[in-house]
Ligand binder design. Structure first.
Ligand code: SAM
Length: 269
């Protein structure tokens, strides 16, 4: 009998998984190969336009843009199409490999670095540093959050701006607490189970990736901390930023705990 390594005792997918061996892998190490398909609903072009609109609000001329936790580079490619000198870094090597492989399809000149939140990529003098689509929620400890914010300052030009977003508690409770999703991509079944644990403010996303005809599945357990907006504000202040604004996701309306996503705009004080 195969070993069942389920993180929840009565797991919603136990019947589908019971005849397969569980292979525990790091978040995104296998999902990377499916990421662009899984994210095919995301309007990166709209995101890029929003990013530049926010940039224009606070700084004349956005040319150099750096995307931290850039994933497979989708936003970087859109920013290049809009005339930016864009580049990015991601902590997961498999994601960066795909970003590099995709460059040819986008006629891209971008550089992509494998670099996690706690390391500095070899870039400087950026007009804007980004960290979008819940990536900041992958930072689990406050000292790491502060270190990341502090390091971003070193990437920015003297009047550069930092734009990051976060997913809120409301978003977790409203949409991702007991959420199940199934899709089949390239003969591989991807099962997702998302839930929120209130006691530690963690959003869990478990991915069970079942290649057809095999007797195993890969399991990725993603953990994201659902920080309060106040937590982000405190870390920004402590690391020497001036908060310019907080926006309700992809808008210029004021963001609050009643938003599902909030964009923070800050600059070194
Ligand atoms: C939800 S994805 C967003 C990716 C990309 N920004 C996008 O919009 O497609 C979160 C990203 O955070 C990255 N990530 C997770 N932990 C990280 C870490 N410790 N350091 C750097 N990147 C990390 C993942 O590899 C993944 O690409």
């Amino acid at each position: 009998m195969f070993n069942l390594n389920l993180s929840q005792k009565d797991h919603v997918y136990k019947h589908e998984l019971k005849h397969r061996e569980c292979r525990e892998v790091f978040p995104y190490s296998i999902l990377a190969g499916f990421y662009n398909d899984v994210m095919s609903h995301v309007e990166y072009e709209r995101w890029a336009a929003y990013t530049l609109a926010v940039g224009a609000e606070y700084k004349c001329g956005i040319n150099k843009v750096f995307d931290f936790a850039c994933g497979t580079g989708n936003l970087v490619f859109q920013l290049e199409l809009m005339g930016c000198d864009a580049s990015g870094a991601d902590g997961i090597e498999e994601m960066v490999k795909i970003a590099n492989a995709e460059k040819v399809n986008w006629h891209s000149k971008a550089s992509f670095y494998t670099c996690d939140f706690l390391n500095l990529p070899p870039v400087s003098n950026q007009d804007m540093v980004l960290c979008l689509y819940d990536s900041s929620n992958y930072i689990l400890e406050v000292d790491q959050q502060e270190l990341f914010f502090d390091q971003v300052k070193q990437l920015l030009s003297p009047d550069g701006i930092f734009l990051f977003d976060c997913s809120t508690r409301l978003n977790s409770i409203r949409h991702f607490n007991g959420y199940k999703f199934r899709e089949v991509l390239n003969d591989t079944t991807i099962l997702r189970y998302a839930y929120y644990t209130k006691k530690d403010n963690i959003q869990h996303n478990e991915f069970f990736i079942l290649p057809e005809g095999e007797d195993y599945y890969w399991h990725e357990h993603h953990r994201q901390r659902i920080w309060s907006l106040r937590d982000f504000e405190k870390s920004l202040k402590k690391t020497g930023y001036k908060l310019l604004n907080k926006y309700d996701g992809f808008s210029f309306a004021s963001g609050s705990e009643k938003s599902e996503r909030v964009h923070f705009v800050a600059k070194p004080a």
